[in-house]
Design a protein. Sequence first.
Length: 474
Amino acid sequence: MSDQEKNKGAPGSGGRGARFAGAMDEAAARLNASIDFDRRLLRDDVRGSQAHARMLAAVGLLSQDDAKRIVAGLDQVAGEFERGERQMDAALEDVHMNVESRLIEIVGDAGRRLHTARSRNDQVATDMRLYALSAAASIVVGIDKTRVALVRRAREHAGTLLPGYTHLQRAQAVTLGHHLLAYAEMLGRDRGRFLDAARRASECPLGSGALAATSLPIDREKTSADLGFAGPTHNSMDAVSDRDFCAELAFACALLGVHLSRFGEELVLWSTSEFGFVRLPDGYCSGSSLMPQKRNPDVAELLRAKPGRLIGDVVALLTVGKGLALAYNKDLQESQEPFYDAIETTHLVLNVLPRLIAGLEFQPERMKEAASDPALGATDLAEHLVRDGVPFRRAHEIVGKLVRHAERLGVSLRDVPDHDLQQIAPELQSATLQALSASRSVAGRAILGGPAPAEVMRELHRLAAELQGRGYEV
């Protein structure tokens, strides 16, 4: 296409049209172009344009024959780009102009009618919402598959003893099944956030034009329904400038990443010789270029690191939108890259998790040994005293003195001499101390949300029913 044609407002003008006498400065054009990243919107752009063409024909602004040619031509355009038979042209600035330019080559003047009652502002807003809805649905599936993997492993280890930690110090005995289901709970909340964000994203901006809609008799309800949105947007100025849905979904990705970073951190710790609670599968580790014995938990470390990137994406999105006057501003183009990055990074992480979880080699004996530390029974001893009528604060004080005395002697709580117990507190009985055990402690915490194997199994039944209701085998 010649410069003269571009200056007459042909699609290749990148929206400059006849208003300008010459082409944009070359360096400025590179800065302005978005084709390197908005090519991801190809299928969404084609879907939106096909729905727009059908609507234009339905209201009489386009002939039925032209609409059919446009719809078929758009399918051809998408296929050519996807198969690599045709390359996106950076000179055409973005995916929208690449699609329209090729469509006009295929169907002629009918393609020039497609942009009737439409601006690239409402077009890109629609494309991005379609992309967002598809991404959210895909991430929800990834979350479900990860929860299935957690539930399966938790069922295997509903009764496997494990130390629970606070401040990374051994605190109380729990079960591995209970521990794993804590992540299933986090992911359940994440799932809800994606669905909630998708609900708000499900409004169709098409028909909003550049910012002030159109005087042409279009049918926005038809376009919205055709594309599967819950309904059209209600304010044209807001519709073309809103990127809340990008920020919401990116935040959901970031918080999901934060949750998974906790899992990654525990795998890193647990796989050390110092803990020895788990062995990661070979396919998720790397060696050292210098030390032959090394077995580095690279994938777990990346689970821990990726949220830094995701949090950065959220900050970038919020910063782009900060202080923008209505309506559309070119700044909004900068919302695309962090948005895509958040989605694609989340997909990368979720794709690896189910197989990683399935392949974890837990070490139950090592866990049980660590959970059998008598000091973990201190709270159980205090609660035993409470059942005997001792006020809790008094019981807490008594057990604190006992722990301090045992540390001074260099023995466990069970090995404090009988004659010392009465000096610490008359309420202490040797038989009570001898009865302290991790298995008894865990079994006694059989309340809703507790770590007792029976409660873990009850929770597993609930989660299994939820996931099976969505078609998963658990």
